[in-house]
Design a protein around this ligand. Structure first.
Ligand code: S3P
Length: 168
């Protein structure tokens, strides 16, 4: 990875992107941009509230703008977008761009269900989390693969093991 390239972590909700990003930020001495947090800061409300008040389409617009802005920063960051960032072809084009290096944190469905638990801040998982995750994974897998420079299997691995695998 070049010094001017952002390191992005993509993967399903529950794959550990935010936690792994925090550790990578410390290891690489880079600022961590958690895209959902940035979206919440700009909107002045939680992701759940944005979905409820303004709808998913509006959230996706905010997400695309936040992604574009983060990638445009001169300083290279560790960026953790939400799991749905790959649904948009325009976002995938940004992720394939010259200043992005992308690691896909790849987890199987049992790991995802276990990790997502009852965290409550994910509006898309309110009903039937396992079924929804399964459907999302089937749909998105191809897109994670399309944008990934490396694929890191996270099942049964600690945060530090995942970080080491990405750095290697
Ligand atoms: C979403 C994942 C969430 C968040 C939003 C939508 C998705 O982020 O962006 O609830 O479509 O998978 P995490 O992947 O951090 O849970």
């Amino acid at each position: 990875m070049r010094a001017d390239q952002h390191l992005l972590l993509v993967g399903m909700t529950g794959s550990g992107k935010s936690t792994v990003a925090r550790v990578l930020g410390l290891r690489l001495d880079r600022q961590v941009v958690d895209l959902d947090t940035e979206i919440e800061r700009r909107a002045g409300k939680s992701v759940r509230r944005i979905f409820a008040d303004d709808g998913e389409a509006y959230f996706r617009e905010l997400e695309s703008t936040a992604l574009r802005d983060a990638l445009a920063d001169d300083e290279a960051h560790v960026i953790a977008p939400g799991g749905g960032v790959v649904v948009s072809e325009a976002n995938r084009a940004l992720l394939r761009g010259p200043r992005a290096r992308v690691a896909w944190l790849c987890a199987d469905i049992d790991t995802l269900v276990e990790r997502v638990g009852r965290s409550g801040h994910r509006p898309l998982l309110d009903d039937d989390p396992r079924g929804t995750l399964q459907r999302m994974l089937r749909e998105r897998e191809q897109w994670y693969r399309e944008v990934a420079d490396v694929i890191v299997l996270v099942d049964n691995r600690s945060v530090n093991e995942v970080v080491e695998a990405i750095l290697r």
